[in-house]
Design a protein around this ligand. Structure first.
Ligand code: UFG
Length: 325
């Protein structure tokens, strides 16, 4: 297949691009390089630098690539920033996504796979979280992703199924491939921050709250390896399924367990500070991904937290300063 990857210079986009190329597919990466890195774009991929805000630019890019499928990763991802600047999120994550949907329809693309998030569930009522859980996002980031899911759903219905879509609701993406890893500016995610503390780049790691309703009182998340996410994207492209699917391992790990894992894997000790709760953090988010396993035949390979942390640590050791740009 020829796959058009919008946002292929970002963390999950670059790892997925590498995976698709390794599986023998052709890839065109489209990225504005606002947050992505030029050096994260696999050298085997075609690269178009462009922004989804311009309909004519994205129309031309899709027309020239003539892809069989599109994966849409290009979005802003900071929950906290979305609370402060909702319009920035709705403009980029929703309005610009409409341009990509338009280009997909105008160029008879068969399938769009959309990068969605567990944040669409807000504070869930049931555990583990299945797709039957009501979607009640509590921040503009999660709401912007849910809006695009709905847009794709209407587009699919209007086209009588000519354009199919799968929205993949990731839980906590983590880990690295041999070539690509996580390098956000600023970095806010737990595993890369704990690794910075282990590497001595940061003086300490701060635990945001030890008063949650969990066994060790720190928040529980479902960390899913980025290569397992990449596998799910390819399976979704190959499938005729239209709808939304959760992607997580089903194993929950607390913030304290992540810190313990980093100490085990790296063999390094570091200071752990105690902080206040971060606004909007639910006690626990753990996926029921049985639908993705059943419908797509998805089988995550990395079920073990230490293996996920180890892959991220290896990438960090090989790329001490992250990407060059
Ligand atoms: N945490 C700390 N200290 C830190 C950073 C994080 O204790 O320095 C805690 C957080 O409070 C949270 C956990 O570590 O309890 C994980 O936090 P992350 O920021 O790594 O990830 P989130 O669970 O907040 O968010 C991730 C994605 C979002 C997505 C969400 C869906 O980054 O894009 O999962 O569940 F919306």
């Amino acid at each position: 297949m020829h796959i058009f990857v919008a946002g292929g210079a970002g963390y999950i986009g670059s790892c997925t691009t590498e995976y698709l190329l390794n599986q023998g597919h052709e890839v065109t990466v489209f990225d504005a390089l606002l947050n992505g890195h030029r050096s994260a774009v696999d050298k085997r991929a075609h690269f178009i630098q462009g922004n989804l805000e311009k309909l004519d630019v994205i129309e031309e890019a899709v027309k020239s690539a003539k892809p069989d499928g599109i994966i849409h990763f290009a979005a802003f991802i900071e929950v906290g920033e979305s609370m402060k600047n909702p319009l920035k999120y709705f403009r980029n994550n929703v309005a610009n996504a409409i341009n990509l949907c338009q280009a997909a329809a105008d160029n008879n693309v068969r399938k769009v796979v959309f990068s969605s998030t567990a944040a669409v569930y807000g504070i869930p009522e049931y555990f583990p979280i299945s797709e039957h859980e009501p979607t009640k996002p509590i921040n503009p980031y999660g709401d912007s992703k849910l809006m695009v899911e709905k847009i794709l759903d209407w587009q699919c219905r209007q086209s009588n199924g000519r354009l199919k879509y799968t929205a993949l609701r990731y839980f906590n993406a983590a880990g690295a491939t041999a070539e690509h890893g996580e390098d956000h500016h600023p970095e806010t995610h737990l595993i890369p921050l704990v690794l910075k503390a282990a590497a001595g780049e940061w003086p300490s790691i701060t635990v945001f709250g030890r008063n949650y309703d969990t066994p060790d009182k720190t928040c529980i998340r479902d960390y899913v390896h980025v290569l397992d996410l990449a596998q799910a994207h390819l399976l979704a492209l190959e499938s005729d399924f239209c709808g939304s699917l959760n992607l997580g391992t089903g194993n929950g790990h607390s913030v304290q367990e992540v810190i313990d894992s980093v100490k085990r894997v790296t063999g390094r000790n570091f200071t752990v500070d105690e902080g206040e709760r971060r606004a909007g953090d639910p006690d626990r988010l753990v996926a029921d991904s049985s639908e993705a396993r059943r419908i797509l035949g998805w089988k995550p390979q990395f079920e073990d937290l230490d293996a996920i942390v180890e892959s991220a640590w290896k990438w960090k050791l090989a790329h001490p300063n992250g990407y060059e740009d």
